[in-house]
Design a binder for this molecule. Structure first.
Ligand SMILES: NC(=O)c1ccc[n+]([C@@H]2O[C@H](COP(=O)([O-])OP(=O)(O)OC[C@H]3O[C@@H](n4cnc5c(N)ncnc54)[C@H](O)[C@@H]3O)[C@@H](O)[C@H]2O)c1
Ligand SMILES: O=c1ccn([C@@H]2O[C@H](COP(=O)(O)OP(=O)(O)O[C@H]3OC[C@@H](O)[C@H](O)[C@H]3O)[C@@H](O)[C@H]2O)c(=O)[nH]1
Length: 387
């Protein structure tokens, strides 16, 4: 498995130790899986939770036992952080509050998590000459330039007004009262700080901007493995509605557009970054699938069709309902209109391209959701509400 592996320039890849912060989350769990099954690298997995990587940690007869170590810690206040960064060759920081329902309702926690708490990580990497791969977001682009053109302007169809380029596109956020942008703004500032550490102090860094990565283990299903009143990201919201046979809620008409990429495709891109430092250092990479664009309404329709196929259950009588963003997310919500990643830089540096169509990725993801949650949901629905 591990022997004879070479990088994109044909050089042998040496086993490394990776300090992965936020390893217990959605992306972290898939990255740990990939590193354990296909590489010889060792992972120091840091998080406050480990439910999503339990299958990699136990039993200790697993083929990779000894190459993954879980450290339960909160990077806000744990003196072990610097020591763990020091013993690793590379740090990957995934830790963040990254669900839109939190940005306008918990803006302080959002800003602290995405900026203040990431500061020591950047500092320890810079001071100890350690390489850093930091997870930012496509939300740093905010809204497209085209969204400010008149509705009937033909320029809205011109890619120059909407395709998002790492080294050219501006970052366009709403006003301060629109607290939705607290997350994007905090992520933008930490990107600028990392970039400056690279320029002034020689920090070796790579910044990743994920464009709506989706797949199994994303977020939680409210009332089953997360709070009943919690609002996860759209994949889990719509999965929850489908599992319960209730209409999918379209925020402000479901007109916003997104491109979705399969988590397994995206993880391939991250592995290329990890193993090709000379090609990845100093770069910011969009990681998304420009071919998988839909409006949120179209996503709801496709998920309903796919779920009907994989579950064998009838679609909800009323497939969707409209809900205002104020009702769904509260005061201060705002939205990105359209997100098409430009792929030039990641193509040139790493030769990476996504493979999986939206239909196929929804089919495997919703099969997983159905197998994992359908029985549990039935029990929750059947249980009488405590008085
Ligand atoms: N999934 C996407 O499509 C997407 C898109 C854009 C950006 N991102 C970014 O990628 C990163 C990972 O996202 P994800 O989807 O896996 O989210 P996630 O919420 O599933 O994972 C984040 C993990 O970080 C951990 N964490 C948070 N604060 C911590 C702290 N103080 N100490 C220790 N652990 C902490 C959480 O417990 C969680 O397990 C985030 O930085 C996010 O902003 C993800
Ligand atoms: O039930 C729902 C949930 C969400 N939506 C809409 O679906 C769209 C996508 O919502 P998501 O919850 O996936 O979040 P967004 O794409 O807006 O942001 C995400 O982008 C990239 C990452 O940084 C974060 O994970 C998150 O901020 C939004 O327009 C939202 O309003 C619904 O219409 N109904």
């Amino acid at each position: 498995m591990a022997s004879g592996r070479v990088d994109l320039d044909g050089k042998p890849i040496k086993p490394m130790t990776i300090c992965m912060i936020g390893a217990g989350g959605f992306i972290g769990s898939h990255l740990c899986e990939k590193l354990m099954s296909e590489t010889p690298h060792t992972v120091l997995a840091l998080d406050v939770y480990n439910d999503k990587i339990k299958h990699l940690l136990e039993p200790n007869t697993l083929p990779w036992a000894g190459r993954i170590q879980f450290h339960r810690l909160n990077i806000k206040h744990d003196s072990r952080l610097e020591g763990l960064i020091k013993i690793a060759d590379l740090t990957i920081n995934l830790a963040a509050i990254c669900t839109p329902a939190d940005y306008n309702t918990r803006p302080l926690d959002t800003i602290y998590s995405n900026f203040i708490d990431a500061l020591p990580v950047v500092k320890y990497c810079s001071e100890n000459n350690k390489r850093l791969i930091h997870f930012s977001t496509c939300e740093v682009y905010g809204k497209t330039v085209g969204s400010f053109l008149p509705k009937d302007s033909p320029l809205r169809k011109d890619p120059a007004y909407y395709v998002l380029k790492e080294d050219e596109s501006p970052c366009i956020f709403g006003s301060i009262e629109k607290q939705r942008w607290s997350y994007a703004c905090a992520k933008q500032l930490i990107e600028r700080l990392i970039y400056a550490e690279g320029a002034e102090n020689g920090l070796e860094f790579t910044i990743v901007r994920p464009f709506n990565w989706i797949g199994p283990r994303m977020d939680f299903i409210p009332g089953v493995d997360g709070p009943s009143e919690g609002v996860p990201r759209v994949l889990a919201c719509f999965s929850n509605n489908l599992l319960r046979g209730e209409p999918l809620k379209l925020v402000d008409g479901g007109q916003s557009q997104r491109t979705f990429v399969y988590i397994k495709d995206a993880i391939e891109a991250v592995l290329l970054m990890i193993e090709n430092p000379a090609r990845a250092n100093g770069h910011i990479f969009n990681v998304g699938n420009p071919n998988n664009e839909v409006t949120v309404r179209q996503l709801a329709e496709m998920m309903t069709q796919v779920y009907t196929k994989v579950s064998g259950e009838a679609p909800p009588e009323k497939p969707t309902i409209d809900v205002s963003s104020k009702e769904f997310y509260g005061e201060g919500y705002d939205d990105s209109d359209k997100r098409i990643p430009d792929m030039t830089i990641i193509n040139r540096q790493l030769g990476w391209n996504p493979k999986t169509s939206l239909w196929d990725l929804l089919e495997s993801t919703l099969t997983y959701q159905h197998r994992t949650y359908a029985e549990a949901i039935k029990k929750v629905i059947a249980k009488p509400v405590a008085s």
